[in-house]
Ligand binder design. Structure first.
Ligand SMILES: N[C@@H](CCC(=O)N[C@@H](CS)C(=O)NCC(=O)O)C(=O)O
Length: 209
């Protein structure tokens, strides 16, 4: 498999964590987002959205969208399941993951922040926008977590919600959002004890700057 990504891309980071948790490997191909390499014609032929990640399977199939990729990996390698087995519990974990992947990240990603600048907003306004989106979203994520204690977001095993949370906390730090949710910081500490999370971190990637 080949994983098209970028060290700082939170969506690629999710897939790197999933690969690690599953004990799977993919050859990384990096696209420098700040240089616009995601919009090069040869990459647009792979992902017409011009976004990373994209996973190319050994059969040459192209998968896009980080959560779809993570669920695909979960299905081809059921060990170390990323989702619980019961429908209700699965829906709750997916909801938490989508809270981040659908409602926080897309509203504060590179493309949107650039649009705000293009519309004439100054850097302070752009930062304030990102901070507000992340702050509001993480507060809701924290409130959504089950009350039962567990090392990870949903129990004693890391899963889809954790692999969304850890990169989003990384983004929160980049935008100087105060991490005022002790439970989220504890979950992060538990995750970062695991090799899959350590190896997936942006600064552990060959293209890190
Ligand atoms: N919903 C997509 C989001 C992908 C996405 O926004 N990727 C960002 C990096 S985290 C990107 O490629 N940005 C490039 C750009 O905005 O031009 C997913 O989960 O895979």
């Amino acid at each position: 498999m080949i994983l098209h990504g970028y060290f700082r891309s939170t969506a690629s980071w999710r897939v790197r964590i999933a690969l690690g948790l599953k004990g799977l490997t993919a050859t990384p191909v990096f696209h420098h987002l700040r240089r616009g390499e995601q919009r090069a014609p040869d990459y647009l032929a792979i992902n017409p959205q011009g976004l990373v990640p994209a996973l190319v399977t050994d059969d040459g199939a192209v998968l896009t969208q980080s959560l779809a990729i993570c669920e695909y990996l979960d299905e081809i390698q059921p060990e170390a399941a990323l989702l619980p087995s019961q429908p209700l519990a699965r829906a709750k974990v997916r909801a938490a993951a989508q809270l981040i992947a659908s409602d926080i990240h897309p509203v504060q990603n590179l493309k949107i922040l650039q649009r705000l600048r293009d519309l004439g907003h100054d850097e302070a306004q752009v930062q304030a926008w990102a901070q507000a989106v992340i702050e509001e979203g993480l507060a809701a994520f924290d409130a959504l977590l089950p009350h039962e204690p567990g090392r990870f977001a949903f129990g004693e095993r890391p899963g889809l919600a954790d692999l969304c949370l850890i990169p989003q906390l990384g983004n929160a730090r980049r935008f100087n959002v105060e991490l005022r949710w002790p439970r989220l910081v504890e979950i992060e500490a538990a995750c970062l004890e695991l090799e899959a999370f350590k190896a997936a971190a942006p600064n552990a990637q060959p293209d890190a700057e």
